[in-house]
Design a protein around this ligand. Structure first.
Ligand SMILES: Cc1cc2nc3c(=O)[nH]c(=O)nc-3n(C[C@H](O)[C@H](O)[C@H](O)COP(=O)(O)OP(=O)(O)OC[C@H]3O[C@@H](n4cnc5c(N)ncnc54)[C@H](O)[C@@H]3O)c2cc1C
Length: 58
């Protein structure tokens, strides 16, 4: 956990990079969870940037 925190500190200094998934968050994820999380993070970033127009209906 100490090693993760060291990497997290370095990652937080990279505003142009999104670190995610098992490797980036140091968490156990199944595939559906990791994809849902990636979509959630992208939506949040787009909302923050004011470029989010809502999830496409299928
Ligand atoms: C044997 C096995 C069976 C599984 N079976 C299932 C299943 O049946 N159903 C299910 O839902 N999930 C399953 N999973 C889990 C699923 O594989 C993970 O949830 C999913 O792959 C996680 O995605 P991720 O993007 O977080 O990580 P990964 O898919 O592991 O992607 C991480 C990527 O980062 C790259 N990388 C590593 N280090 C670096 C570095 N220093 N610099 C740049 N890139 C780097 C790696 O090469 C890799 O491409 C299984 C996992 C394993 C190992």
């Amino acid at each position: 956990m100490a090693l993760y925190r060291r990497y997290k500190t370095l990652a937080d200094r990279e505003p142009g990079v999104i670190f995610g998934g098992r490797l980036g968050e140091y968490r156990y994820y199944d595939m559906d969870q990791v994809i849902a999380k990636a979509l959630e993070v992208c939506e949040r970033r787009q909302e923050e940037a004011g470029t989010w127009s809502g999830r496409q209906k299928s």
